[in-house]
Design a protein around this ligand. Structure first.
Ligand code: KE4
Length: 432
């Protein structure tokens, strides 16, 4: 029994039953609250910036189903568009004009993307982009960064972030050495380490893949010059630069982190926001590279539900909503108010903390910091984060259930929500 001040009887019953049916009772590990402790809440429904659990408790939501709900949950225009699309069918398994529409929107928005392929998840997008990098360069090795997460495909489960970091897994059993022997790692923000890897592996590195703003080791922005340095190094060594913008795409800016920081990678992966809450991933980039993808070229990748009309519809409507003037100014203002407020309150209540935000993405570490990479992030007081998370949850604020995740705001969050969140944070931090 979890000592909680909110009634979670039904959540507990349902979650207990779930644990007999599904490993850990969840469909994705981070949802199990393993690193923050306590009873996961079972959702009943969502709307705008809010969640209701099966016991009727309401929460202000800063997870937003891990990023897709940037316009707020169940936005009426998205729902209306889906109702209309439903009448015409849920899946064709054949071309539809909707794929053209969303493809054009993505190509128009993301500086690096001249051609795009839709898939069903970020994991699929990252798997495919790795195969494409290797085919285009005829090289096998890749560089990823400690704490970055690019989905759960074998070759990326090396010092990965998100749920892997959350659960403290030494990567994962079942992943053969052969799958990860070509995955090199470096600390995020460490250009010298990347230079050394290129020197030690001359002409063998297909490319560098990274989260341009890390969200899977907690929130870690790039140091000045880091992204530029990677762009120069990859050019110098005939390697590709790949931005995994599954989380940052259409969140850091309409054109993603690559627009915000003015760096154009060769390839980009997307997900989350472009599906508006339905399963979508995508990868895209230079036409000469993307033209290698079957059936235009020899690099194979496929998917039954890729580009399905429902997901395309939700993505199209979501991006239309994000195109409205003032969108990113609003997201930046309310998220800055939240992040700065949290840091100030932590300081006033005697807790070492650091963090920040960029647009609608934020993070807080219980360490004086600064946090430049995953090693720094691991120095934070994760036990205190767990107590903070629980305290906030019991007072109606739902934060990502892991220190090694980022927080997300939406167009549905109001100044009142932020002020309410800060008031609750003061109460909780004063009690820790
Ligand atoms: P999916 O396969 O979960 O759609 O995407 C994988 C992925 C790839 N790249 C980045 C930068 C990502 O953040 C993700 C997935 N993000 C996690 C949250 N940190 C999804 C939540 C979960 O695993 O349940």
């Amino acid at each position: 029994m979890v000592n909680t001040t909110i009634k979670t009887t039904k959540s507990q019953e349902i979650f207990a039953a779930a644990q007999n049916l599904m490993p850990g009772g969840v469909s994705s590990p981070v949802r199990a609250f393993k690193s923050v402790g306590g009873q996961p809440i079972v959702f009943d429904h969502v709307k705008g910036a809010y969640i209701w659990d099966v016991d009727g408790n309401q929460y202000i939501d800063y997870v937003g189903t891990w990023g897709p709900a940037i316009c707020g949950h169940t936005h009426p225009e998205v729902i209306a568009a889906l109702h209309e699309a439903l009448e015409k069918g849920t899946s064709f398994g054949a071309p539809s004009v909707l794929e053209n529409v969303l493809a054009e929107m993505v190509i128009d928005a993301v500086p690096s993307i001249e051609m795009v392929r839709f898939v069903n998840s970020g994991t699929e997008a990252c798997m495919a982009v790795l195969r494409l990098m290797r085919a285009f360069t005829n090289r096998e090795k890749i560089i990823k960064f400690e704490g970055c997460y690019h989905g759960h495909a074998d070759m990326f489960l090396v010092k990965a972030g998100s749920g892997v970091a959350t659960l403290g897994l030494p990567d994962s059993p079942g992943v053969p050495k052969s799958a990860t022997s070509s995955t090199l790692t470096a600390p995020f923000n460490d250009l010298e380490a990347v230079k050394a890897l290129f020197e030690e592996n001359r002409d063998q590195i297909a490319g560098v893949i990274l989260e341009p703003v890390v969200g899977n080791a907690g929130f870690i922005p790039p140091d000045a010059g880091f992204l530029e340095g990677l762009r120069e190094l990859t050019h110098e060594h005939g390697a590709l630069l790949v931005f995994d913008e599954v989380m940052t795409g259409f969140r850091i800016a309409y054109g993603g982190a690559q627009e915000k920081f003015g760096i154009t990678p060769d390839l980009t992966t997307l997900g989350k926001v472009i599906g508006g809450g339905l399963p979508v991933g995508a990868y895209g980039g230079r036409r000469d590279i993307m033209s290698m993808i079957a059936p235009a070229g020899p690099v194979y990748q496929a998917g039954t539900l890729s580009g399905n009309p429902l997901a395309m519809t939700a993505g199209i409507k979501t991006l239309e909503l994000l195109q409205k003037p003032g969108t990113y100014e609003y997201l930046d203002r309310i998220t800055q108010k939240l992040a700065a407020g949290l840091l100030q309150i932590a300081q006033e209540t005697g807790h070492a903390a650091c963090g920040g935000q960029i647009s609608a993405m934020f993070g807080l570490f219980f360490t004086s910091g600064p946090v430049h990479n995953y090693e720094d992030a691991k120095k934070s007081d994760t036990a205190k984060f767990g107590r903070f998370h629980r305290g906030m949850l019991e007072r109606g604020v739902y934060l990502a259930p892991s220190q090694f995740e980022a927080g997300f705001t939406s167009l549905a969050h109001t100044d009142e929500d932020i002020e309410q969140t800060l008031a609750v944070a003061r109460e909780v931090l004063s009690s820790l």
